[in-house]
Design a protein around this ligand. Structure first.
Ligand code: KG4
Ligand code: ZN
Length: 362
């Protein structure tokens, strides 16, 4: 069975074809350069760019695979959380295609799709503890199956990725700065007392990174020499890192503080959430080198496998949407053409209908 995945929830436009759980091909356009100058994603511009990019990108996917729209059996689309306008662009296309090709439509929770993504490359083991760390979310789940996610904790304000990106932009690194912090952090030992580890003095599994962001703002204001002289590109950042030991140490300390905060809550969740067969870590920040190494040690101590997508599947992509859609459809779930989009912060209802006797042309 072949599923077309559509991802337009934020600033990546992407399409992918997944067949029987394996990725056939993916195309992706990142809007990073468009938004970099603004220090974050501008929703209106993101929607317009999705609209402009989609036709050529989709044509490219079919050229790449030698397939045609008639070879699609299911359409899966990211239906939230994300930027509402951006999601609606993807949903509009998904509905048009589903209607004209007479194929079923499956709306996919973007966060769940992140956590299922490693299943494209390795076997997923349930029940799992899932840590989703992205630009907009930091969530902990107990995952019983591809269609059973129970939320254990969430970010109450800024997500881990947001804290990284906003800190990076205070240092004059372009948006999104997470991967630059990652690169520079590898060049120094962290100072483990430089920044406060936020929101640990409690027994819950929620996260709050806004205090860390404020601490970074104060520290950078008091230590102006840490800042790059102007908004910099990758090679200028690395050059600055080579010549400024304080900058290297600051990035390593920031990366360590976020990693350590996540590790502590993951261990707390492993103690509280009952036995699990694996730890899954996904989302853009799961590409972070220090986080991957640290949680690998944690998983080893708990004697469970750590399931990580390879870094290219960590950030937003349509392969994960197609894969999650296929898993849901195989379990019998699908949507009607009245499928709705949900912006960040609004709970996504379980509004699937159960498939009975829907003819599939596979
Ligand atoms: O999942 P994602 O692509 O988009 C959202 O759904 O938010 O995640 C984007 C986030 C950004 O905050 C970006 O800085 C972060 O992932 N990110 C990283 C790395 N690569 C991307 N953070 C730390 N280290 C990285 N290597
Ligand atoms: Zn994402």
């Amino acid at each position: 069975m072949r599923c077309l995945g559509i991802e337009t929830s934020c600033d990546e436009t992407s399409f992918a074809l997944v067949q029987d759980g394996r990725l056939l091909a993916q195309v992706l356009h990142s809007q990073e350069n468009l938004h970099a100058l603004f220090g974050g994603v501008v929703p209106e511009l993101a929607s317009r760019r999705h609209l402009q990019t989609m036709p050529g990108l989709l044509r490219g996917l079919f050229q790449k695979t030698g397939l045609t729209p008639n070879d699609i059996h299911i359409i899966a689309v990211a239906r939230g959380p994300g930027l509402l306008g951006a999601l609606l662009v993807g949903l509009g296309l998904a509905k048009g295609l589903a209607m004209s090709l007479h194929v079923p439509l499956v709306g996919v929770n973007h966060l769940h799709a992140h956590l299922l993504a490693p299943g494209l490359e390795q076997q997923l083991l349930f029940p799992a503890l899932g840590l989703l760390v992205s630009g907009g979310h930091t969530h902990l789940y107990r995952i019983e199956a591809a269609d059973q996610f129970h939320i254990l904790g969430r970010c109450l304000d800024d997500a881990a990725g947001e804290a990284l990106d906003k800190s990076a932009s205070l240092l004059n690194m372009p948006y999104p700065g997470g991967r630059h912090v990652d690169q520079v952090a590898a060049m120094a030992e962290p100072d483990r007392t430089l920044l406060p580890k936020p929101y640990l003095d409690n027994q819950n599994l929620d996260f709050s990174f806004s205090g860390l962001k404020t601490a970074v703002a104060h520290h950078v204001a008091d230590h102006a020499h840490l800042r790059l002289p102007k908004l910099a590109n990758t090679s200028e950042i690395l050059e600055w890192a080579r010549t400024s030991p304080d900058f290297r140490i600051f990035c390593a300390s920031l990366n360590w503080t976020i990693t350590e905060t996540l590790r502590i809550k993951v261990e707390r969740a492993l103690r509280q959430a009952g036995p699990v067969s694996s730890l899954i870590v996904a989302g853009g920040v799961a590409a972070n080198t220090m986080l991957r190494q640290t949680l690998a040690r944690t998983a080893q101590q708990w004697r469970i496998p750590l399931i990580l997508p390879n870094p290219s599947l960590c950030t937003d992509n349509a392969a994960m949407i197609a894969y999650a859609g296929l898993l849901l459809f195989e379990k019998g779930w699908m949507h009607g053409l009245d499928l709705e989009a949900f912006p960040r912060g609004k709970p996504i209802p379980w509004d699937y209908s159960f498939r009975e006797n829907v003819p599939i042309n596979a």
